[in-house]
Every structure is written in structure tokens, then in C-alpha cells.
Design a protein around this ligand. Sequence first.
Ligand SMILES: [Zn+2]
Length: 70
Amino acid sequence: MRECIRCNIEMVEDLDVKVEGGAYGVKVTQQGIFKENLGKLKCAVCPECGYTETYVQDTSKIKKLVLNNK
Ligand SMILES: [Zn+2]
């Protein structure tokens, strides 16, 4: 459960971030051109103030990065 950092109420999660005019999502990668897709960007919106927070739902690839950097 995500809480709005301003209102402290439950945010609506699992919403998609898309480029307007297309069905494309936004992905997270390491810097560089041909880097692996690390996860699809999701967002949560506070129903009260509209504050929007982005996050990656499946963090398994991000966790691997952390391990590889140790
Ligand atoms: Zn809020």
C-alpha cells in the first residue's frame, strides 16, 4: 500500500505511465543505448491532491544490479 506523502491517505496504485498519443509505456534502463529493460514504470496517484509517484513493480532486475555492484 502506498500513502501520499502529503495527505497520508491511500493512493490508487498500478496505473500505467504512457506517452500521450501512443500505447507506449516508459521503461527503466541503465544508462546507454542498448541496455536491458529493467522494468516497466508504473504510477500511483493520490485521489485527493493528484500527487503522482512512479515505481517499478517487479524489482528483481534492480535487485540483481545491486548484487552485481557489490
Ligand atoms: Zn495527496
